[in-house]
Structure formats: C-alpha cells, structure tokens
Ligand binder design. Structure first.
Ligand code: NAD
Length: 395
C-alpha cells in the first residue's frame, strides 16, 4: 500500500515514514505498533507493514527533501538513534512534498511556520486549489492508498449549516470561491474521499468530521476516521478515569497541565489554534464518568523541551464516608515517538476496512483518537476490545 500525508514534513509525519523504512531495513523492531500485536495476526495479508511509497503536501521547506527535513527535526530533538537515521538517507531523500494550502489555518501557522508556500498565494481560486491538490494525489495514488492529515492544528471554524451541512452546499461553496469558510483540512479530506482514498484526521482540526464530508464518504463507499491522535496525557486519562468509575469513586476535579516545545508547541501557543486542542482534550473525562467534574486543561509552549512533552495531572476524588483524596501523575514522552507508529497503524486498518467494504466513519478505530467521531465510547479498555472484536469478525 501507499501513504499520502498532509503535513509530511512535520516531525510526526517524517518520523512515521522513517520508522517504516527502518523496520523494513531491519534496523529496529515493531515495538510501539498496535497493528503488530499478536491479536491482529493476519493483518499483513491485507495491509502489509511494507509501504510501497510515501508522498504528501506541506506548506514550507518545499526546496528540501524528506531526509533534510527529518534531519532538521532530529538536530532539534535527537528523538531516536542517529545510527538509524543516517542509514535511511537514500530511502528518504527521494520523497518531496507538494505545495499544499494554508487556507484558514490561523495565525499560529502563518506566523510560526513562515515563510509559507501555499497555493492560494499564487492567486488560485478555491476550485483551482482543490483541482491542484487532487491532481497531485491522483498522480501518486493507486487502489491501495490511504491519506492521513498530520498537518498543524487549525483554529475552530464556525459551523455554517448551508455550506458544511451537506455535500451540495460544500461543493457549491467551492465553486463560489468561499475561501472564508473552507479550511485546508476540509479540502484534504474532500479530495481524498472524493477519490475513494480512505482518510484519517490525526489532528483536532475539523476535517472529515463535517456532515458534508461524512455524506461524501458514505456516498463513495470509503472509510474514514478521526479526530486527533490519542497518544499521551489523554491516553493515560482515558485509561485511568474508568478506574474511578469502576470503584464508584467520585471525581471532584481533574487538572491537566501540558507543556511542550517544537513546531507543534509554537503553533499551539496561539490562542485560536490552541482552542481546538484544549476542547479535544477536555471533554473526555465527563464522557467516561457520565458526569462533568470541575476540569482545568492547559497547554503551554515551553521552548527548551522541544518534542519532549510533559503533562502534570492532579485528580481530586471522594471515597467512602465522604473522605476526599488525591491522585497525581506525570507523563513525560517524546511526542513524535508515541504518535508516529499510530499513523502507520491507522493507515493499515483503514486499508483493511476498505478491502472489507466498510464505508463512512469507522467507529472501531476510536482507540486511536482523542475525539472519536460518532461515538460516546472514550474508555480506552472498551475501545481496545471493540477494535479487537471488529478485526476478529471481519478478517
Ligand atoms: P509539526 O509542527 O512538526 O508538523 C506539522 C507539519 O504540517 C509541518 O511540516 C507544517 O509545515 C505542516 N503544515 C501546517 N499546515 C499545513 C497545511 N495546511 N497543509 C499542509 N501542511 C501543513 O507538528 P507534529 O508534532 O508533527 O504534529 C502534527 C499534527 O498532529 C498536529 O496537528 C498535532 O496537534 C497532531 N497531533 C500530534 C500528536 C503527538 O505528536 N503526540 C498527538 C495528537 C495529534
């Protein structure tokens, strides 16, 4: 199979590709890949862990190749063994990003990722931008291609029923050049689903969760999944919160304070871009407990940490006889290392889903996301057993 990444030059995208190539060359093992667990034995019959090719869009550094971009992330983060990286040079230097769009990506992207090289800067209309993105993907894709959005987080775009609520409205807005209300992540999802390419949104941006694009996926018999990879603090939260529920302990308050550096941290240091992420992280506790305790969810930019994200969580809870107690945890992880294998997992499961004739939102892939679409199941244990069962039945 082949993989197309929107935001291919980011640390998550570039590290995912490097990881796959490193496994192929026998430079590392498959630790961290859910799809390689024994319970998913046989998946390689449909989606082998052996990608034929990678491609993608980005909006910066277009004169560079993927190896150069990954090397620059590596210089900042040294997030894996240099001996592995240097053996991947040949594999990665032929991969080059195509020019994408930064429509409605907010100040965080426009300011922090300067200089931006985007199609709209060439004076193209919305329809022309869509056609150009489509042409790039079609030149690359075959029947077994999956696309994943790993671009920077966009601000929350106000929902407009007339435009976002139906496929007709959405396509009309493209023709009418409504650049004010259609964002890059929507265009990427639209082009993928229109061409029957399974699509995943690894970011909190709205993307394929728009009703118009869900309609397109159903109509074209193509599977999709999202939103926002569940990789760190939220993974721990949604694994731990059920414990309080199972023991009938009452959570009174939950505070999560996240600090991170790197490009992602810089973009999220802008209020507009941050809001999508905070919303995605905040609501999970209430969904699991069935009531909404007091919560504080904060994300702040901390430059020297680079890609090493740290989260401090404080939980205040009540037990028998009204006694109040406290629980604290600290999660410390290299963001790209926890995220990038999931990009490969999701792509493999989506390719499998397409081959099995699944269309629309694949709720069983909720296990991988902070804000899974069309489900109220946020409990990691339940999500994992649903994924196993789904695979077992379909395989
Ligand atoms: P990053 O800043 O390193 O990479 C983002 C890449 O997207 C950059 O190369 C940037 O130039 C590109 N980009 C930005 N806007 C674009 C657009 N409109 N079109 C095409 N390319 C665009 O960030 P990252 O750490 O790789 O994270 C990628 C995304 O994944 C972010 O949205 C992040 O919030 C999300 N995410 C990451 C994690 C994690 O790292 N653990 C978990 C969940 C979600």
């Amino acid at each position: 199979m082949k993989l197309w990444l929107f935001g291919i030059y980011g640390i998550v995208g570039a590290t995912a590709i490097a990881g796959e190539r490193a496994i192929k060359r026998g430079l590392t093992d498959t630790t961290g890949l859910v799809s390689e667990l024994p319970v998913f034995k046989g998946l390689d019959k449909y989606s082998p862990l052996d990608f034929e090719d990678f491609g993608g869009h980005d909006i910066r550094a277009l004169d560079k190749n993927l190896y150069e971009e990954l090397f620059s992330h590596w210089e900042d983060n040294q997030h894996f063994d240099y001996r592995i990286l240097k053996q991947l040079k040949e594999d990665l230097e032929d991969i080059r990003a195509k020019k994408g769009t930064a429509l409605n990506c907010g100040e965080g992207v426009l300011q922090e990722l300067k200089p931006i090289e985007a199609l709209e800067n060439e004076g193209l209309t919305l329809e022309e931008i869509v056609s150009k993105i489509e042409k790039d993907i079609l030149e690359f894709a075959d029947d077994e291609t999956v696309a994943v959005n790993v671009a920077s987080t966009e601000p929350v775009i106000p929902f407009d029923e007339e435009i976002h609520g139906s496929l007709d409205g959405f396509e009309r807005a493209i023709k009418e050049n409504r650049k004010d209300i259609i964002s890059a992540s929507m265009i990427y999802a639209y082009v993928s689903l229109k061409n029957r390419i399974p699509f995943a949104n690894f970011t909190p941006s709205v993307s394929s969760s728009l009703p118009a694009l869900k309609e397109l996926a159903e109509r074209n018999n193509v599977p999709h999944a999202g939103n926002d990879g569940k990789t760190g603090e939220t993974l721990v939260k949604t694994t731990l919160a059920p414990m309080f529920a199972y023991r009938n302990l009452k959570v009174l308050g939950w505070m999560g304070y996240n600090i991170l550096g790197d490009l992602d941290g810089k973009v999220l240091s802008h209020e507009q871009n941050k809001r999508s992420k905070v919303e995605s992280k905040d609501k999970v506790i209430g969904k699991i407990l069935g009531y909404y305790p007091y919560t504080i969810t904060e994300i702040n930019y901390f430059p020297s940490l680079q890609d090493n994200k740290t989260a401090f969580d404080f939980i205040h809870y009540q037990g028998f006889l009204g006694a109040k107690m406290k629980f604290y945890f600290i999660w410390d992880a290299i963001d790209a290392i926890v995220a990038s294998p999931l990009v490969l997992d999701i792509a493999r499961f989506l390719n499998f889903a397409k081959k099995k004739g699944i269309k629309g939102v694949v709720k069983e892939l909720s296990f991988f996301f902070k804000s899974p679409m069309d489900t109220d199941i946020y409990n990691t244990h339940k999500q994992f057993s649903d994924l196993k069962e789904w695979y077992e039945v379909l395989k």
